[in-house]
Unconditional design. Sequence first.
Length: 129
Amino acid sequence: MTQRQAEYAKKLRRNIVIFAKNDLQMTIDQLHDQMHNLGYGTSLRKLSLSSLINLNTTLHGKTPHIYEILDAQGKKIWALYKLSDWSKEKLYGFIAQHFGKSGIKYLTKQEKGALIKVLENYEQPRIQD
């Protein structure tokens, strides 16, 4: 991470905490619980810059609809996600945690294939029940 990116990440962490406290009326523990529920873990410092950007966007309630710009694999991921009981925040948190990317459109072909397998395997037990 460059110095400029590190400074931006620090600013984002500070803004996330301030927004959570002032606008969402959350304590730090509640913020950490919310982060954990969304799939980001419990530490802002451990998140990559892209994960911080996505978390900040999610907390502000501005998750964009990206289906229109996805390729075939991305659309398959989207369809599998819709069939699962995962929330959008959980999907993006999983992508951030496991691939270090902020969204489906940034995943490589191999990463999309791996995510498709995860979603298919996740859905399998629910279908068989």
